[in-house]
Design a protein around this ligand. Structure first.
Ligand code: ZN
Length: 144
C-alpha cells in the first residue's frame, strides 16, 4: 500500500490517464463503485518514487495482492519474471479475455505471472465479469 501522500492534481491526472479503471485487471470504478487507489508500480519498499512515471491506478485487490512484489513465478516456465508494468508494457500484448469474458488470459510469462500474483481470476470476479458481459459492460475496449 502507498504510504506517501499523493497530491490531488496528480491523483486526478492518473485517474484520467487510466480511464478510471485498474491498470492491471481493467476493473472500472464505473461498474463496481469501488474507488481505485494510486499504486506505486515499483513499490516504495523497493525504492519506487512518488512520481508520475512510477504511479498508476489499481483496484484494491490488485494493489493488496501486489504488496511489495516486483516479480513472480510464471506457472508455465517455472521462471521468476517481472510483473506487468502498466507504463512500459502494453496490456493486450500480455493479456486477453477468455471467450466468455470471465477470465483474464495470460499471453506471456509476464501476463501469467501477474495474473497469478494478483489472483486476478478469483471466483467472485469471474462471476461479476460474466454478469457485466450480459449487460454489455465488458470486456472493456482495449484501445482506451
Ligand atoms: Zn485490479
Amino acid at each position: 500500500m502507498s504510504t506517501s501522500p499523493i497530491p490531488l492534481l496528480l491523483r486526478q491526472q492518473i485517474i484520467a490517464e487510466f480511464h478510471g479503471r485498474c491498470a492491471y485487471c481493467h476493473t472500472p470504478t464505473a461498474i463496481t463503485g469501488a474507488r481505485l487507489v494510486i499504486d506505486h508500480i515499483i513499490p516504495e519498499a523497493k525504492g519506487g518514487l512518488t512520481l508520475l512515471e512510477n504511479l498508476c491506478l489499481a483496484c484494491h485487490a490488485c494493489n493488496e495482492f501486489k504488496g511489495a512484489k516486483v516479480k513472480f513465478i510464471d506457472v508455465d516456465s517455472g521462471e521468476l519474471v517481472p510483473l506487468f508494468h502498466p507504463r512500459q508494457d502494453i496490456w493486450r500484448e500480455h493479456f486477453s479475455w477468455s471467450e466468455d469474458g470471465g477470465e483474464i488470459v495470460g499471453l506471456t510469462p509476464i501476463g501469467r505471472a501477474t495474473i497469478a500474483a494478483f489472483n486476478m481470476n478469483h471466483r467472485e470476479i469471474i462471476e461479476a465479469r460474466r454478469r457485466w458481459v450480459v449487460v454489455g459492460w465488458h470486456p472493456p475496449l482495449e484501445d482506451l
